[in-house]
Structure formats: C-alpha cells, structure tokens
Design a protein around this ligand. Structure first.
Ligand code: URA
Length: 196
C-alpha cells in the first residue's frame, strides 16, 4: 500500500491518485522493482485537494484520518510505503523523513517503509537518487513482512522512532484486525481501486 499526501489538480479532475507527473515517476519506480499499479494499492492521507495545492492543514488531516484508517483496516496491507513527510507523520508523528527514509520500520505489526514524495524527487536529483535507492528496499520490506507473519525474528532497522512506531498507533486509535502473528494480512490489496 502506497500512501501519498493528497490529490493534486489532475487527481482532482480524474478522481484517481497519482495520475500526474509525480504519478508517472511513481509508475517508473514501481516498474524498477518490478511492480505494476495493479499489484499495489495507492491512496493519500487527505482525500480532497487542498486549495492552491497548499499543504494539508492539521484539521484536514484529522478529518480524513478515519477514511484512511478504514482503508488500512479493510485492505490489511503487509507493507505500507509512505510517500512524503505528511504521510510518514500520519504514522510516526515525530519522525523526520530525512532521517527515516528507506528504513524498514514497523507500525502496529505492519512493515512501514518511509519514502520521499515523488514530487520532491522531480525537483531534486539528490532526492530522486535517494528515492530510487529506497525503492530498491521494497522487496526486502516484503520479505520482512513475511518474516513477521511467520513469527520469525525481525531484521527491521532499529531506530528510536521505530520502537515508538511499534508501540503506538496514530493519535490513540485502536489497532485493526490482525492475524495470529499480530500482522495485518492482505487478501486483495493487489487491486487498484479508484479511491483517494
Ligand atoms: N501527490 C500526492 O501526494 N498524491 C497524489 O495523488 C498526487 C500527487
């Protein structure tokens, strides 16, 4: 499951996430793994386009939070890749994207891979290189999720915020349904739905 920030102009017009230039780059990055859009679920932390493409306000993030919560509960992804700092902050509020990008973390038994936002990678070659390198850790993140499901000892990156991510969910919300190993499992997260 890939989670971006919020719909931009093109996404607002088409009612689908990541269909503009950032989406084209996301497609290229997926192909490098290799994955196709239909192999993953792509969504955003805020479900409506903030006017003038401004950053989402805290009350907008809070208003959309239950919808994302429901998507995670229903899809039960094994791996969540956050795209950009707003998405990462949704799961680990105190985390800094510059420190955590590319690290394999854990949130409520789900493997979390913080990534830079593709739009930032379009503006900076350094960010783009980092994003490409971090994307190459996706197979490892999937393997880690299988280890978690099997109850094997973890090799996830250890950071203070990673420990915190394991211990707490966002803003005191309750964990969703989990399997015996404590991992949310995915039956049909392969399906790309036209939802933000
Ligand atoms: N940027 C995002 O964060 N989400 C989209 O859907 C498109 C661009």
């Amino acid at each position: 499951m890939f989670i971006g920030e919020g719909p931009g102009f093109n996404e607002d017009q088409q009612g689908r996430p990541f269909v503009g230039r950032a989406g084209q780059l996301l497609d290229e990055l997926l192909a490098s793994v290799p994955l196709r859009r239909e192999d993953v679920f792509i969504t955003n932390v805020v479900k409506c386009r903030p006017p003038e493409n401004r950053e989402p306000a805290p009350e907008e993030l809070a208003a959309c939070s239950p919808f994302l919560e429901d998507q995670i509960r229903l899809l039960r992804p094994r791996v969540i890749a956050t795209l950009g700092r707003h998405s990462l902050a949704r799961f680990i509020p105190e985390a800094r994207i510059s420190a955590e990008h590319g690290r394999i973390l854990r949130w409520r038994g789900i493997v979390l891979l913080p990534l830079y936002h593709p739009a930032a990678a379009l503006r900076s070659t350094a960010v783009r290189s980092a994003l490409e390198a971090d994307f190459r850790r996706l197979p490892e993140a999937v393997i880690e999720s299988l280890r978690v499901a099997a109850g094997a000892s973890s090799f996830a990156d250890q950071t203070p915020s990673a420990h915190q991510a394991r211990a707490t969910g966002p803003t005191g919300s309750q964990p969703g349904p989990q399997d015996d190993a404590g991992l949310a499992t995915s039956q049909d997260s392969r399906q790309q739905l036209s939802l933000f």
